[in-house]
Design a protein around this ligand. Sequence first.
Ligand code: ACO
Length: 416
Amino acid sequence: MGVVSGSPASVSASGGGGGGGAADKQAAFAKGLEGVIGGQTGVCSIEQDKLIYRGYEIHDLAEHATFEEVAFLLLEGHKPSPAELARFKAEVVAERALHPAATAFIESAGGWLASGRAVPMDVLRTAVSILGHTDVDCQDNSPSANLRKAKRLLAKIPTIIGHMQCVIDGRAIIGRELGGAPDLDHAANLLYLMTGKRPSKDEAKVMDVSLILYAEHEFNASTFTTRVIAGTLSDMHSAVAGGIGALKGPLHGGANEMAMEMLKEIVKDIGEDGIGSAKVDAWMEQAFVSKRKLMGFGHRVYRNGDHRAGILMGLGKKMAGTLTGTFGGLPALKWFALGEQVQGIMLAKKKIFPNVDFPCGMTYFTMRIPVPQYTPIFVAARITGWAAHISEQHADNRLIRPLSIYTGPALKKWNG
Ligand code: ACO
């Protein structure tokens, strides 16, 4: 493809930095780094039959741990004792309020959010950047400073999300002074900051488990992004801002919003009565024919399904069974009936399993959480995994700098 003798690709064969010749490079090339080992980590292991956070399996954590315990596990490296957990929770609660500069920015972003020029993920990314300016430890990459910054970001991201929702709804900011209600746990406080109402026990529990499921996932695109940034010895806020940018995309975290939008689109096209009927098969067939990517399905690593999806589907559906009223015009369980039908067709026709973002869409929707906040809530969880990886990268750093295969024009003279 246009690579000639003397081109950068062949020149690099004799250069340093591990660059091979063009043939070596072609042999080593994997588009999208598929199957490439990008580093070592003690934070998380993804296996086809299990997902492990620092030695604990995800079903075990979802059933027996709280999000704060999992956050401690990821950030401090071991299961907390009761005293350690109490100390950690108090530290995080004390850090929930935002610096006035960050709140002022969020209040100023209402017009951009209303016009659609900015979405909540963009405002969250900028707010995290501003928090960097206000953090006394911003430029310090030592383990202790990184841990302090991680706890502050963990504490403050739900407050950013809540403040954004108040601005979007045109309501007074909730938690300007304290970042919510100090007696509420992390997940419950996140919901409180968004609505001003204390969530039910069930809602708080489902949110807590969803945060556990979203907390960490090894070398996914956003975490890898944070490690690349940290690998230049840049700081945690810069890395997290980059991670938010990577997570926003619909092929990654943005899929939880798109999965729900897709279900809404199906209902719009086939009507409520079409749920459970062959109309769903016909809709899906049309999507297959047009080679449309169905959001919330597929995964680069999992071949037999995403461990997290079944957990969240079960919990979300169980809660939906207790809910009255309608959600986007349908009873809560109807959304899950449609979701299960779509999953079944996807598996039967394409052998593609849902990932965690698929049940997340339905679950958050039937909790009446506005769709554009689903990916920011993913950030509220993943900040723990990102921060653990950033600290791990800083503690044993080597610049992350892969090679590429040149596909540009052949060498020519500027004055030729
Ligand atoms: N819908 C339809 N077809 C799909 C889907 C899907 N969601 N996912 C994979 N496929 C098909 C592809 O079309 C391709 O088929 P082909 O070989 O006939 O061309 C094959 O399966 C392999 O798919 P790739 O896109 O090459 O797989 P890759 O590993 O690159 O992508 C990804 C993984 C990005 C997650 C993909 O499955 C996808 O786009 N899914 C939808 C977005 C999504 O849900 N992302 C969330 C991921 S989980 C997370 O980030 C928390």
